[in-house]
Ligand binder design. Structure first.
Ligand code: NAP
Length: 189
């Protein structure tokens, strides 16, 4: 009998990772998560075993990924903080990709950003481009998603814009408003 495929999701007790893990479980996969927040309350009732990221112990990180077929990587930091910056997220993600490869993970699904570029003046976009290149050059099977924005019941940005649109008599947009977005919808249920 073949074993149910095992997939890994980063941050499954956080925002986008939770929706990915939900879909995978509903599709009959077994799911583990890599997270900073192994003890965070979550909806999975023990179905999703949590492992710490262990970036400082890559062998343990690779051991956590043993038997995983697909890794869904959402790991990133939205804004630079004093103690944790985009450069740290890039360094850690490279360690994660390497650990995944050593663990025999077959495919990485990587959440990037729209218009990443290594010569971007913005560190966020430079870092994302660097990671895309590392993944492409790794020889692993991969898929790279490049959303402009994630939206759904829990997102802050679009829901706040919607709230303002419902209440303000006028609302400013850049340019003529005809530019296009490439969003990902975090579907409930
Ligand atoms: N949100 C958007 O509108 C948007 C738009 C475009 C692209 N994206 C991309 O989509 C991906 C997922 O975004 P998300 O909003 O769902 O992310 P998230 O849930 O906030 O975090 C994803 C992962 O990164 C870790 N992380 C986040 N902030 C951290 C910090 N300050 N220090 C250490 N670890 C941190 C989380 O840790 P825990 O394990 O502790 O949860 C989790 O494992 C990201 O790669 C982002 O660049 C998002």
């Amino acid at each position: 009998m073949t074993e149910t495929p095992l997939h890994a999701v980063t941050g499954a007790f956080g925002y986008s990772g939770k929706y990915i893990a939900r879909r995978l479980l509903a599709a009959g996969r077994r799911v583990i998560t890599l997270t900073n927040s192994t003890d965070r309350a979550n909806e999975f009732g023990g179905q999703t075993r949590a492992f710490p990221f262990h970036f400082d112990r890559p062998d343990e990180l690779a051991a956590s990924l043993a038997g995983v077929e697909v890794l869904y990587n959402t790991y990133w930091v939205r804004f630079n903080h004093k103690l944790f910056r985009h450069a740290d997220a890039v360094r850690n993600t490279l360690i994660l990709f390497d650990a995944a490869q050593r663990a025999g993970v077959r495919r990485i699904v990587h959440v990037s950003i729209t218009n990443p570029a290594e010569d971007s003046p913005l560190e966020y976009f430079r870092g994302k481009a660097r990671l895309e290149r590392a993944l492409i050059e790794s020889g692993l099977s991969y898929a790279i998603l490049r959303p402009t924005v994630l939206f759904g019941a829990e997102d802050i940005l679009i829901n706040n814009i919607a709230w303002l649109l419902r209440r303000l008599p006028v609302f400013g947009v850049f340019g003529d408003g005809s530019y296009r977005l490439q969003p990902i919808y975090t579907l409930n249920g």
